[in-house]
Design a protein around this ligand. Structure first.
Ligand code: NI
Length: 171
């Protein structure tokens, strides 16, 4: 097990479109378990492979209180269920310490493969639906800040770039 470095906005690598996984190898299984460990340590409730600079269709999620329900989705496809939308105050491990409201479909179905190659299908609402859509966006190179106004996004970018510079200075 190992902690993986997480890319931060505005790193252009976060904009890479992920590719489907053709074969679920031991390397993929190790990556998934390292991603879960990295997510738990952060701490966060979801992580996409894109965020650890692996541009393949793999996301991990665990919204349980006690880290007891890890979910791994390979080559996920998402379908909104109904037209209802809901707002949620989102954050992202690649946009540290920034939170803002995003409106998304309230219920979604996710179809994917698990680590054994079995098909899984899950209907989600609430936080799980938010999380699934947020992580799926990462695979498309999209971030939650893209839903905000250009002005807000620029302010967030300036703040993170400044914070990064200060970190370098301290080192
Ligand atoms: Ni994120």
């Amino acid at each position: 097990m190992a902690l993986l470095p997480i890319l931060s906005f505005p790193d252009p690598r976060l904009r890479t479109q992920a590719k489907p996984i053709e074969k679920i190898t031991d390397e993929i299984r190790t990556l998934a378990s390292n991603m879960l460990e990295t997510m738990y340590a952060a701490p966060g409730v979801g992580l996409a492979a894109s965020q650890v600079d692996r541009h393949i269709e793999l996301i991990v999620i665990d919204i349980s209180e006690d880290k007891s329900k890890p979910l791994v989705f390979i080559n996920p496809k998402i379908t909104p269920l109904g037209i209802e939308t809901a707002p949620y105050e989102e954050g992202c491990l690649s946009v540290p310490e920034i939170y803002d409201k995003v409106e998304r479909p309230a219920r979604v179905r996710i179809d994917a493969l698990d680590l054994t190659g079995q098909s899984i299908s899950l209907d989600a609402d609430g936080l799980l639906a938010v999380c699934i859509q947020h992580e799926m966006d990462h695979l498309k190179g999209k971030l939650f800040v893209d839903y905000l106004s250009p002005l807000k996004r620029q302010r967030i970018k300036d703040k993170l770039v400044k914070r990064e510079r200060e970190k370098v200075r301290v080192r």
